[in-house]
Design a protein around this ligand. Structure first.
Ligand code: FAD
Length: 287
């Protein structure tokens, strides 16, 4: 089923994101995590695609196929194009199709300064259009950024480019993580004003360990509200307290988002079934 069909139901759609294990760790770790995560019955699970963009490096298809075919949960494979040419995308699409995967989150991917981008796909929209014109019938989602993509000149350019991606065929948008719901609400408003009428699912990441806090600050560029930094500073050296506090913060965000009628919640699980379980347990009667 294409995931945009799920969003036609009159209820918020609750989904998870998992990532293939890093090369050095065993693939068994993700299977063990998924075995627990599947019992939480998310509406769909998406599987990220290795940042290097080399299909040989990533187990995306293998994991997405397991989710769909063994666990009978709708899956969505992420796919990046910045380091890909048409031939490699063709073979990935064929492979995904042959394994019964029906949904793709089509992305450009981050530009690696040590790897000059290939020329076939400049933006995610090019990939979306290419997949749409392929022989296969994939449901298509794209990424969006409540605080704008860091390369966008300003929020107007960001929204116009997003509108372009939707015009090219993105049926659902999944947001970058954020910690301040008001930023998400104003982004949603800008999107609607720009005529973007597809469902937008809110990306939420419970921050539950010190390493994540540091990555958050350096990598993701998300604004950190005072309430969030106060909690993180207070508990950063107390792993158990930080785990509880990070989960509670995410639940608080989700309840507010659901109360404000958001179309969906996409939980960045970090492959942690405990966190996913705690969140689901706390909001199950709101879904
Ligand atoms: P685009 O939509 O192409 O946007 C990139 C920049 O180009 C933006 O500034 C945009 O405004 C601009 N732009 C877009 N279209 C045009 C146009 N037609 N003309 C001019 N400018 C344009 N990365 C991974 O490597 N693997 C993953 O699995 C992965 N999953 C992700 C999931 C989500 C939900 C999100 C939010 C991000 C994910 N990323 C992933 C990160 C993503 O690859 C990076 O954020 C990347 O820098 C941009 O990808 P994009 O698809 O949003 O690019």
């Amino acid at each position: 089923m294409h995931i945009n069909q799920l969003f036609k139901e009159d209820r918020p759609i609750f989904s998870f994101e998992v990532f293939p294990p890093k090369k050095e760790s065993s693939v068994e770790t993700i299977y063990k995590a998924l075995d627990e995560i599947k019992d939480l019955k998310p509406d769909f699970i998406s599987v990220t695609y290795g940042a290097g963009g080399n299909p040989a490096d990533t187990k995306t298809r293998e994991i997405a196929s397991l989710i769909k075919n063994e666990y009978q949960i709708e899956s969505m494979a992420h796919l990046t194009c910045v380091n890909a040419d048409k031939a490699s995308i063709d073979s990935i699409l064929k492979d995904l199709h042959e394994h019964g995967i029906e949904n793709i989150l089509a992305l450009r991917g981050d530009i690696n300064p040590n790897m000059p981008p290939k020329k076939d796909f400049l933006h995610a929209g090019d990939l979306i259009q290419y997949i749409k014109n392929s022989p296969y019938d994939f449901g298509l989602a794209a990424a969006c950024y409540p605080e704008s993509h860091p390369e966008s000149a300003d929020s107007v350019a960001d929204i116009l480019n997003l509108r372009h991606k939707v015009d090219q065929g993105a049926q659902v948008l999944i947001s970058q993580l954020f910690f301040d719901n008001n930023l998400f609400y104003s982004f949603q408003e800008r999107a609607r004003i720009a005529g973007i009428n597809v469902p937008i699912s809110a990306g939420i990441m419970p921050v539950t360990n010190k390493k994540q806090i540091e990555r958050m600050v350096t990598l993701c560029g998300a604004s950190l509200p005072a309430k969030f930094t106060r909690i993180m500073h207070r508990y950063e050296d107390n792993p158990h307290a930080l785990l509880d506090a990070g989960i509670a913060y995410a639940i608080d965000q989700i309840i507010d988002l659901l109360a404000n009628g958001v179309h969906g919640i996409h939980l960045y699980t970090m492959n942690n079934p405990y966190v996913a379980k705690k969140v689901k347990e706390s909001i199950k009667n709101l879904l």
